[in-house]
Design a protein around this ligand. Structure first.
Ligand SMILES: Cc1ncc(COP(=O)(O)O)c(C=O)c1O
Length: 400
């Protein structure tokens, strides 16, 4: 017998976490597996940030803090939004939680009611629809496939907004596609959103620092200031500063959104770890020089991966503007049989057969709401990527 609440019965566990877990189990059983399924930079947290955390422990910053985060961090966040995003926000409108995911969880759980709708562009980051459903509301999907570069268009957006729409989620650069909106594209979406004053926007900017080919990162509240009073701008140090394990995310939002979030957090985690908060102060105020170096490394990997995949028969890969993912189509491979005798009729069959026969872990596109694709995370060493690409090439060549 399982003991599970009705609310939890509405959702599933994270598919990306599940596949990474299976890859780890295969490794413990002695199999040689290259896992390109996780969304985590392979770099270590920079030394000066680690030292700030040690100093925080030694200075006794080991007690409860404010629910919304220490003043020093909220000042650093306001300064970051001014410096990087040209947003004028006060520290009192900045809020800290245990990871970017926790900010999203707080915002949606604290504001949604049954009957409310949340627009989720497809393909989506796996957690959005499940958190919406956990909150008792309804995700409404807007499918943006390769034809629009995996981006919402004004018509697509207008078509899914209803009187019940409470939030629209935007994620740029995107997990799982790497697509990033330009200022003009955001302005066009902004025009639609300005016509629907009941809608709030959650702008998930967690991959802000990973943007390539000279594209400039832009966020909605910067490009369309008229929407700032109903926009939550989400960010965090997980991806930008290689701090996934520190669990530190933050946002800027108007008081009417932050107040319920604070109430919810006061009855759950209370606040993010005091030590991680002090480390994040250094991450945001300290040297940012390494970001450009990391960005260049990721861009080189993106080019290598997209080039190699496009050279494979049956795979079609757009070159994304940002993040550390590619999301190629495998439409040309479905219906074939693998060298190991497995029928590959879906993207899920493809990633499972590839994992079992060739030891490469990817995530099927349908986990992100779009069948016929897979997501490959290139947040891995060049040697691992080359090995994985060779194996994928051999596996595909073996399909008949
Ligand atoms: C689009 C997107 N938003 C938010 C997050 C959450 O990041 P964090 O590790 O800070 O909770 C992730 C992590 O994978 C993500 O891909």
């Amino acid at each position: 017998m399982t003991m599970i609440s009705e609310a939890l019965g509405r959702i599933k566990s994270s598919a990306t976490v599940g596949i990474s877990q299976k890859a780890r189990e295969m490794r413990s059983a002695g199999r040689d597996v290259v896992a390109l399924s996780a969304g985590e930079p392979d770099f270590d947290t920079p030394e000066h940030i680690k030292r700030a955390a040690v100093a925080a422990i030694e200075a006794g910053h080991t007690k409860y803090t404010n629910i919304e985060g220490i003043d020093e961090l909220r000042e650093a966040i306001a300064a970051k939004f001014a410096r990087d995003n040209h947003l004028t926000v006060e520290a009192k409108n900045c809020f800290v939680a245990s990871g970017g995911k926790h900010i999203i969880f707080n915002a949606l759980m604290a504001t949604l009611n049954p009957g409310d709708e949340v627009v989720v562009p497809v393909p989506y980051w796996v957690s959005y629809p499940d958190i919406v459903q956990l909150a008792g509301a309804k995700p409404v999907f807007a499918v943006a496939d390769a034809r629009s570069g995996f981006k919402l268009t004004p018509d697509l957006l207008e078509g899914v907004i209803s009187k019940a729409t409470k939030w629209v989620i935007l994620n740029s650069p995107s997990n799982p596609t790497g697509a990033a909106y330009s200022a003009e594209e955001l302005e066009a979406l902004g025009e639609v959103l300005l016509r629907h004053p009941q809608v709030h926007i959650l702008s998930d900017d967690i991959y802000e620092k990973l943007i390539y080919d000279g594209h400039r990162f832009v966020t909605l509240a910067e490009v369309v200031p008229g929407l700032a009073s109903r926009t939550l701008t989400l960010n965090g140090v997980s991806k930008s500063h290689a701090m996934t394990g520190w669990r530190l995310g933050y946002c800027a939002a108007p008081a009417h959104i932050l107040m319920p979030m604070k109430k919810l957090q006061s009855q759950s985690t209370t606040h993010a770890s005091s030590i991680s908060q002090w480390a994040a102060v250094e991450a945001l105020n300290g040297d940012q020089g390494f970001l450009e170096e990391w960005r260049a490394v990721f861009q080189g990997r993106r080019d290598m991966v997209a080039g190699a995949l496009n050279a494979m028969d049956g795979i079609d890969c757009l070159t994304p503007e940002g993040a550390f993912y590619v999301f190629p189509s495998i439409a040309g491979l479905l219906g074939k049989t693998s060298a190991g005798g497995r029928r590959v009729t879906s993207d899920e069959d493809f990633v499972m057969a590839l994992l079992e026969e060739s030891g490469v872990a990817l995530v099927h596109g349908s986990a992100f709401g779009l069948a016929g694709y897979f997501r490959l995370s290139y947040a891995a060493s060049n040697a691992q990527l080359e090995e994985a690409l060779n194996r994928i090439g051999d596996f595909c060549a073996g399909l008949s």
